[in-house]
Each structure stands twice: as structure tokens, then as C-alpha cells.
Design a binder for this molecule. Structure first.
Ligand code: ATP
Ligand code: MG
Length: 587
């Protein structure tokens, strides 16, 4: 345990936990919690909190509770509870039997409120919402005492009991802490503890018509569960004083939990607030909570990201005490870094252009050996790649009037087909009416077969050359010919037609406001793509690198029956490179 922790920089929260272990503050126990409100699907920001809370518990032989912070009846739903559980499991964390609901504590919380009233530390206030706001004052101006602040304990107990019994309308009364209307911390100006809300709760039904406020419910839920370190995001910094006030004033048995704050994760070109995500889903700007363009964990999973890449990302951004925005490129770096070492490489043509190789026999089919992995990936495996007279290449790999430095196919120019032969373009065939290029006529040079040199030397064709690390298929042959370009291709009669979905950033601007900032081209569906047959037949993985194109994931929901649909997880190159470079070398 120690060793693993020393490997990476210990964040300030782990240092606090270690100090508390050293001083035996909690008898050596470490109990954290992840406390989401089940009012939306969790997003990558939640992943940071999940990794932190479950991670600390794991590092210090502790426990992390999963607690639904479900004190707001109008927005919560069981489907969100399930989504939260799914995402935590997907990330590889486990709450074991420690799943709790703040709504299970409604009875206890009510009793604590009664205790505060009896201690003359809380009162029923009958000002309207509007008046309460006015009486609160401003940051520079003290607030004004509520005229109801001096109600007797008996009157408060009676009113609070009747609030619970449903004798009043919404907003008629609230329960407030009796603190200080002149406190420099606005949160301490007699904050609301309970409000009346006649609404159905997804778990407690119509049992309650008063509901505790976050500040009252959260610290006490932590206390009830025996939490030691209550970690939340920076916007709760001012709430900490109230957190402490409630637990201290109730004179609870010690030790009690303490709250610590860290910087929340923000990413550019996307939104993370559940309210705004809900808007995107409800207004159908996206296909659902798991739309692969969303920063929800369901969307990220659907897109094809691995849990390992998300965990690495959360570690790479660190735990800080001031907020900042992380560049999306950093997330993309983490998935590329992970998949580069893991996934097979295959060939897929997305915008096909047909080629007829005129000097290749009409009925001949060769099964070429092609390694799934490049030499720097410590994995073995090859597949057979069928080659025949008619193939598809990418439209963009041919140029009628090639610019200088264009090393792919052009009339009279040669190019290597990955794992196969060098071909030369002899003729361009166009549609007579549209002028569109519809086919190329080429010839191939038999002596340029990939890997021939190795074979000729009597070396068995390995997936890679153990000595030079060279891939036999990358162009080693005995023709002596050298071409600068290598392109991907598939055999027309053997390839399998697939659908490919290319995703781009969800918004056009770094800090999006509303739907008007959405990127209209965030989804591009290509229905006429052709992939080599091994992908449909061998299914050795769910994720692939399509050579030269990016990393792709077989969408498990859209791929039904024989149909294959691939999501592009991330392009191969860092299309956000500039932003990344700027971030690292600000000048
Ligand atoms: P949102 O603002 O998206 O609605 P929230 O804070 O209201 O999020 P909760 O369900 O209350 O969402 O959050 C559960 C836990 O996750 C809290 O401890 C919260 O601090 C943490 N959390 C939420 N968003 C982020 C984020 N962007 N980065 C880090 N932690 C986060
Ligand atoms: Mg919240």
C-alpha cells in the first residue's frame, strides 16, 4: 500500500487522511462517501469524485459508502439511482453492502430538528420566500432579524409538528437555524433547515410533506453513517461553517465527520451540470443520456472509452484547491494512450473508391498474413487479409491533380497497399454526366508483395521481426522499389459493409452557454463503409484501431443481428493539438 502511494504525488486530502490515521482520530478508520443526488446521469465530473472517494478508501483500507442524497422529491428518480450504480461498477469500484439513501434518515433528521428546537437553536419562520431573501442582507450589509425569531420553544415545536402533519401550504412556514443575521458568512444568517413541499417522493411516497435542506441533511447523514472524511467540491466551502455548527450544536457523541473541499472538474467544449444535460436530453438535442457525445459516464462508455482511461485521466488532472478548466485533449490523450497498447489494428474504408487491378487474375484470391499489432505493442496475433482484383480505397487517397508532396495515389503514380502490393494508377474513369470519379484502373507489381524479403531469406513470417522490430508487412519486399505512401484498402468482394459514426465536439465554443452554441456537425453517420472480414468473423475485440483513421468501438446497442455499427472513440492524431501545446507552454 505504502509503496503504491509513494509512486504518485499524494494529494492534500490523502495527507490529511494520513495525519488522522497517525493521530488515531477515528481509531484508524477511514470512511468516505460518494453522495450524488439521483436527479440525472453521472458525468465525468462525478468520476473524479468517485475515483477520489473510493480511491482514498481503497488506499487506506477504508470503506466508501454510496449514498443517494435524495432529499428533493420533485427531481429524483430510481432510473438515476440505477445509472449511478452502473457507472460506479463500470469504473471498477464497489460499495459492497454500503448503499444508503438520505431519505431513509428522514425520521432521524426530523428528530434532530426537534432537538435543535428544544435547545432553542432553531425556529419556525413565517416570512415569505421573498421576505426571507430581503431580510438576509447582502455581502456588504448585515441582515435583519426575522420577526418570528423569538417564538417560544413550545410554539416552535407545535408549528413544526403541524408542518410535518401537513397542516400548511407550501411556503407558509420554514424551519430555520437560530444563528446570526449579521454573520459575514451569508450561509450562517439563520439558514433554512426544512421546507414544506407537498410532493411525491420516489422512495417515501407521500409520507412526508416537509423535506430537509441539503445543509441539514448532509452533515447529519455523514454523522449517522460514521463518515470520517466528507469530501466535496469547492462551492461548498462557505457551507462548511454550517456543517460544523449543526454537528457541534447538537452536542453529538464524538468523533464526528469533517468536511474538506477540492476543485471540481470542468472540461471545455461541453457542459457538466445535470440541469443542462437534462435539457439536452429532454429537448432531444441528443439521443439520450448515453449519447456518445455527452460527458455522461453512460455516454463515454457507449462511445467506447475504457474505464482504465477515465481512471488515468482522473489521476492525471490531480486534486487541487482552486478551480480550473481541463482541456478536452487531455481526456483524448488518455484514451489514445490506453488503446494504443491494447487493441488490434485493422483496415476499414469509409468513403470508398473502387479500383480494378487489371493485371490481377480475375478469380484469384490471396490470403495475406497481416499482424493485428504493431511491433511496439506486446501482443501477438495475425489475421488473413483477402486480396483480389477489385478493391476499395479511400476517396481521399487519390488526387487527380496531385499537389507537390502528395505521396498517395495519382495518375501514373505508385503507392503501397498496406500488407499487400505496390500498385500504379493507369486510368481514371469518370461518370459521363457528373464528371465524378467512379473508378480507377491500376496495375500491381507482383514482386512487391509485403514480407517477401523476409520469406525469401528463409525466415518464417513472424508478426514482427524480433531483431529489427520491423513489420514485415510495412513494405519490405525484394523488388528494390521504394514508394513514400502506404494506404489502407479492402477487397471489394470480401469486405463487410458497416456503419461508422464520427463524433466531434458537442459545442463550438469553449464555454458554451445554451443550445445555440451546439455544434451542428457533432455527429456524422457514414453508412457506406467497408471493413476487412476478420472484424465480422473473428471478433477478437470490441475496440479496434482502423489504421490511419482512429480508434473505434463496436456499438453494442446499434449493432443488431448482422449489422455492425462502429463509434469513433477518438481520431489518431490530436486534432486539439494546438490547444494542448498552448496549455503546456503558455507564452
Ligand atoms: P451538477 O452540478 O452536475 O448538478 P452536483 O454537484 O449537483 O452536480 P451531485 O449529485 O450533488 O451533483 O454530486 C455528487 C458528488 O459529486 C458531490 O460530492 C459533488 O461534489 C461531486 N461532483 C459533482 N460534479 C463534480 C465535478 N464536476 N467535479 C468533481 N466532483 C463533482
Ligand atoms: Mg447537487
Amino acid at each position: 500500500m505504502e509503496e503504491k502511494l509513494n509512486e504518485r504525488h499524494k494529494d492534500f486530502l490523502r495527507l490529511i487522511v494520513e495525519e488522522d490515521i497517525r493521530t488515531n482520530k477515528y481509531g484508524g478508520k477511514v470512511i468516505t462517501r460518494f453522495p450524488p443526488e439521483p436527479n440525472g446521469f453521472p458525468h465525468i465530473g462525478h468520476a473524479k469524485s468517485i475515483c477520489l472517494n473510493f480511491g482514498i478508501a481503497k488506499d487506506y483500507n477504508g470503506v466508501c459508502h454510496l449514498r443517494m442524497d435524495d432529499t428533493n422529491p420533485t427531481t429524483e428518480d430510481m432510473k438515476y439511482v440505477e445509472a449511478l450504480k452502473d457507472s460506479i461498477k463500470w469504473l471498477g469500484f464497489d460499495w459492497n453492502d454500503k448503499l444508503f439513501f438520505a431519505s431513509d434518515y428522514f425520521g432521524k433528521l426530523y428528530d434532530y430538528a426537534v432537538r435543535l428546537i428544544k435547545m432553542d437553536k432553531a425556529y419556525v419562520c413565517s416570512l415569505s420566500e421573498e421576505e426571507i431573501r430581503k431580510y438576509r442582507g447582502t455581502v456588504t450589509q448585515a441582515g435583519k432579524e426575522s420577526p418570528y425569531k423569538n417564538r417560544s420553544v413550545e410554539e416552535n415545536l407545535d408549528l413544526f409538528a403541524r408542518m410535518k402533519a401537513g397542516k400548511f401550504q407550501n411556503g407558509e412556514h420554514v424551519l430555520r437555524a437560530k444563528i446570526d443575521m449579521a454573520s459575514p458568512n451569508m450561509k450562517m444568517r439563520d439558514p433554512l433547515l426544512y421546507r414544506i413541499k407537498h410532493a411525491h417522493h420516489y422512495r417515501t411516497g407521500n409520507e412526508w410533506c416537509i423535506y430537509p435542506m441539503y445543509d441539514f441533511a448532509h452533515c447529519l447523514s455523514d454523522y449517522i453513517e460514521g463518515i470520517t472524511h466528507s469530501i466535496c467540491t469547492l462551492e461548498f466551502e462557505n457551507n462548511r461553517e454550517l456543517y460544523d455548527w449543526i454537528l457541534d450544536e447538537l452536542e453529538l457523541e464524538l468523533p464526528r465527520p469533517y468536511q474538506f473541499e477540492f476543485a471540481r472538474l470542468s472540461l471545455n467544449y461541453t457542459v457538466m451540470s445535470k440541469r443542462r444535460l437534462l435539457e439536452l436530453v429532454e429537448q432531444k438535442y441528443v439521443s439520450g443520456w448515453d449519447d456518445p457525445r455527452l460527458p455522461t459516464l453512460a455516454g463515454i462508455k457507449r462511445r467506447g472509452y475504457t474505464p482504465e482511461s477515465i481512471i488515468n485521466f482522473c489521476e492525471s488532472i490531480g486534486i487541487a484547491k482552486s478551480n480550473s478548466t481541463v482541456d478536452f485533449a487531455q481526456l483524448e490523450f488518455c484514451i489514445r494512450d490506453d488503446l494504443n497498447q491494447k487493441v488490434p489494428r485493422v483496415l476499414c474504408v469509409m468513403k470508398p473508391l473502387k479500383i480494378v487491378i487489371e493485371n490481377y487474375p480475375e478469380n484469384k484470391v490471396e490470403m495475406l498474413d497481416a499482424p493485428y499489432y504493431p511491433h511496439d505493442v506486446p501482443k501477438e496475433g495475425t489475421r488473413k487479409l483477402p486480396f483480389s482484383r477489385e478493391i476499395y480505397i479511400e476517396q481521399s487517397d487519390f488526387m487527380e491533380n496531385p499537389s507537390k508532396g502528395y505521396f498517395r495515389l495519382a495518375l501514373g503514380q505508385e503507392v503501397r497497399l498496406r500488407h499487400a502490393y505496390i500498385i500504379k494508377c493507369e486510368q481514371v474513369i469518370k461518370d459521363e454526366t457528373t464528371g465524378e470519379i467512379v473508378e480507377l484502373r491500376c496495375t500491381y507489381d507482383e514482386s512487391t508483395k509485403s514480407g517477401l524479403r523476409a520469406e525469401a531469406a528463409g525466415v518464417a513470417l513472424p508478426t514482427r521481426n524480433a531483431v529489427t522490430g520491423e513489420q514485415p508487412s510495412s513494405g519490405a519486399d525484394n523488388s528494390g522499389k521504394k514508394v513514400k505512401g502506404t494506404i489502407h484498402w479492402v477487397s471489394a468482394q470480401h469486405a463487410k459493409k458497416v456503419e461508422v459514426r464520427i463524433y466531434d465536439r458537442l459545442y463550438l465554443v469553449e464555454n458554451p452557454d445554451g443550445p445555440e452554441d451546439l455544434n451542428p456537425d457533432s455527429l456524422q453517420v457514414l453508412t457506406d463503409c467497408y471493413i476487412e472480414p476478420s472484424v465480422a468473423e473473428e471478433k477478437i475485440d470490441d475496440r479496434y484501431q482502423f489504421e490511419r483513421q482512429g480508434y473505434f468501438y463496436r456499438d453494442p446497442i446499434n449493432s443488431v443481428g448482422d449489422k455492425l455499427v462502429f463509434n469513433r472513440i477518438v481520431p489518431l492524431k490530436d486534432s486539439w493539438g494546438k490547444a494542448m501545446a498552448k496549455q503546456q507552454n503558455p507564452s
